[in-house]
Design a binder for this molecule. Sequence first.
Ligand SMILES: NC(=O)c1ccc[n+]([C@@H]2O[C@H](COP(=O)([O-])OP(=O)(O)OC[C@H]3O[C@@H](n4cnc5c(N)ncnc54)[C@H](O)[C@@H]3O)[C@@H](O)[C@H]2O)c1
Length: 257
Amino acid sequence: MKPKDTISLESKVALVTGGTSGIGRATAIALGAAGAKVVFSGRREPEGKETAAMIRDVGAECLFVRSDVSREKDVKALVQKTIETYGKLDCAFNNAGIDPPSIPLHEQSIEDFDKLMAINLRGLFMCMKYEILAMLDRGEGVIVNNSSMAGLIGFPGVSPYVASKHAVMGLTRSAALDYGKQGIRINAINPGIIATQMIDRLTETTETTADDLVSAIPMGRMGQAEEIAKPVVFLCSDASGYITGQPLVLDGGYTAQ
Ligand SMILES: NC(=O)c1ccc[n+]([C@@H]2O[C@H](COP(=O)([O-])OP(=O)(O)OC[C@H]3O[C@@H](n4cnc5c(N)ncnc54)[C@H](O)[C@@H]3O)[C@@H](O)[C@H]2O)c1
């Protein structure tokens, strides 16, 4: 009997930014479970060590690099360290991101806007730049950017966040066109409401409750980080070999309404 096809990232090297919690952590583990060697970054050493132990538990090699995506020298060093350690970069998941205070636009401060853009947009742009430079050398690679369903539709109270995630879609689509003939595929994922610290912060600092959030989701529940991780593994694999420049919406039906 012919063996069933399974998604494998055996012999691949994957990079995850913001891999010390939430969606990034779950994806770093899932990439490892699919056979990849995993480099992941974050700013917090203890959570880095904890995540590294989880990745090794699924039988994968990994490296934690302390690194801030808003600093160019950190981003450059992160990609360099990946190449020095594992010899190449096959897949990158640009996931690091922050959420703004939940208030109307005229109350948002310029400082908070700049801080958010420095991470969610400028940081992601710099990651793409150095990842692509490494991938161009070998003429192959896959990038997955973590946008959001807020990269496709508007939400009240978080206009800077929504703008940053729409901009991630612009980078994704345009870069996919730039590098399509050079063997580099670039896609985005668009998660809905996923149970992570980001949603905890929203329900802890505003009047919005978890029940309010869930009541708007057609599937009647929040997503789990693992349910985002597996589609990222798919986008990193050859199983998605003809997909580029696309959003993959993972929102329990939210944007179908
Ligand atoms: N949770 C959701 O409902 C949801 C929905 C759509 C999109 N997203 C996106 O998913 C991504 C991950 O968020 P999460 O929900 O897992 O929350 P999270 O807060 O657990 O994860 C964010 C990660 O980004 C890291 N990070 C933040 N600033 C950084 C910086 N300057 N340098 C390096 N790392 C940095 C954090 O340390 C953390 O590990 C974010 O980009 C977020 O916008 C989340």
